[in-house]
Write a protein that binds this ligand. Structure first.
Ligand code: HEM
Length: 414
């Protein structure tokens, strides 16, 4: 096993609570280095330009990495867990070109700016409903922004887009948690993999039923749009469709919840930026971009080496795991002047939090719209917001950076 440089620290609770001093050291170190704790050992790339270069290098990298998820467990578990690989291998994010391009083209009609804005009134309605419940009737109070709002909004929005009835949302949230505990952990347990397998079975069955219903009764929802999608004579197969529905739900839930809550934490830690936003709500879209950069809900992604090759002068072997740390690239001083400053009007802001290249997040427009609607509503309805706890409580999941809770004290706008 290669040696890791002396600046490599364990990825423990302290690291997760504040990875940024580590990133600063990583950014000053070699362009690529070995870290023993990602998937039992991986090559890590942190600089903004290098992350982009690696994600563009389709000759040498592959995203068909689901086999490595199950192979990280001892062989006696492989048969039992193999279905996890099979299900995940159908997700768009785990498919290489040329198949990726065909599939992505079939999914694109569900995410055009026109479709995204057609869902905006529904997102506004869900947002205000959640805030009505969370705020009650008093003129001031306390709420947990994560539990009472941020955690609930995205799953309801993606479910509404997919045409899932409201009463099924609580069950969906549990299943999403089961998937996140597995997929968000660099070193997941066998129990987490088992729970993820059950969640995949249950969700796939659910969408099988829903798609049959939509086929007979098409509507304005995403499933109906995708059932009708055709590109150059190609259509989505049934299994592909169910798999993408599960994936959309997963891809859009934890990440967007965390974006909304992380953005609030940033604004409360930089009160002058909160004041600036209140005096100019036109800055909401660029505040959302800055929150994506500053406390990005997706800290890293990874690829596999397709063959032996030289990665920025470092020989890597076929099958090696290559990790790109978006969170570090987003603080690269070569691209972001004063990178540790949270500046809601930062321009330009080419953060990497939605990924880069061929697999740039398909749902970025949805996530942006949701976060913008959420902040429009929060600023409209709350006059003063304060942190209740001085120390933020982060989830132990490094990849999906998010808060366990964010208690706030507020005064309502009269
Ligand atoms: C703040 C919220 C979000 C963040 C930070 C985020 C981040 C990302 C990232 C980094 C990737 C690329 C992963 C890689 O290259 O390995 C990605 C891909 C993807 N995301 Fe998102 N995402 C968010 C919300 C959403 C939403 C709301 C949806 C759908 C409703 C969605 C659907 C997708 C899809 C379909 C892909 C795969 C694209 C492809 O492989 O071509 N995401 N996302």
């Amino acid at each position: 096993m290669p040696e890791s440089p002396p600046f490599v620290a364990p990825i423990d609770r302290d690291f997760i609570a504040d990875p940024y001093p580590h990133y600063r050291r990583w950014l000053q170190g070699p362009r690529v280095f070995w870290h023993p704790e990602f998937f039992g050992g991986s090559w890590v790339v942190t600089r903004h330009a290098d992350i982009k270069a690696l994600l563009r290098d389709l000759e040498n990298i592959s995203t068909e990495k689901t086999g490595s998820l199950v192979d990280q467990f001892p062989p006696q578990y492989h048969d039992e867990l193999r279905d996890v690989d099979h299900y995940l291998a159908r997700w768009l994010a785990f498919i290489d070109p040329p198949k990726h391009v065909v599939l992505r083209n079939l999914l694109k009609p569900g995410f055009t700016p026109k479709v995204v804005s057609s869902f905006r009134p529904r997102v506004e309605a869900i947002t205000h409903q959640l805030l009505d419940q969370a705020l009650g009737s008093g003129s001031e109070g306390e709420m947990d922004l994560v539990r009472d709002f941020a955690y609930q909004l995205p799953v309801r929005v993606v479910s509404a887009m997919l045409g899932v009835p409201d009463e099924d949302h609580p069950r969906f949230m549990q299943l999403m948690d089961d998937l996140a505990m597995f997929l968000g952990n660099a070193n997941p347990t066998v129990e987490a993999a088992r729970a993820a397998k059950q969640a995949l079975y249950e969700l796939t069955d659910y969408f099988r039923g829903l798609a049959a219903h939509r086929r007979a009764n098409p509507g304005q929802d995403l499933i109906s749009i995708l059932l009708a999608a055709e590109d150059d004579g190609q259509v989505l197969s049934e299994e592909e469709l169910y798999a993408q529905c599960v994936f959309f739900l997963f891809a859009g839930h934890e990440t967007t919840s965390n974006l909304i809550a992380n953005a609030m934490l940033c604004l409360l830690r930089f009160p002058e930026e909160m004041a600036r936003l209140r005096s100019d709500p036109g800055l909401i879209p660029s505040m959302v971009e800055e929150a994506l950069r500053y406390e990005g809900p997706m800290q890293y992604t990874f690829r596999l080496a397709r063959r032996d090759f030289q990665l920025f002068g470092q020989p890597v072997k076929q099958g090696d795991v290559l990790v790109v740390v978006f969170g570090a690239g987003n603080r690269d001083p070569a691209v972001f002047p004063d990178p540790d400053r949270f500046d809601i009007a930062r321009q330009p802001n080419p953060h990497l939090t939605f990924g880069y290249g061929l697999q740039h997040c398909l749902g970025a427009g949805v996530a942006r719209m949701e976060a913008q609607v959420a902040y429009q509503a929060l600023l409209e309805r709350l006059d003063r917001i304060e942190l209740v706890e001085a120390e933020p409580q982060w989830h132990d999941v490094y990849r999906f950076r998010g808060l366990r809770r964010l208690p706030i004290r507020y005064v309502r706008r009269q």
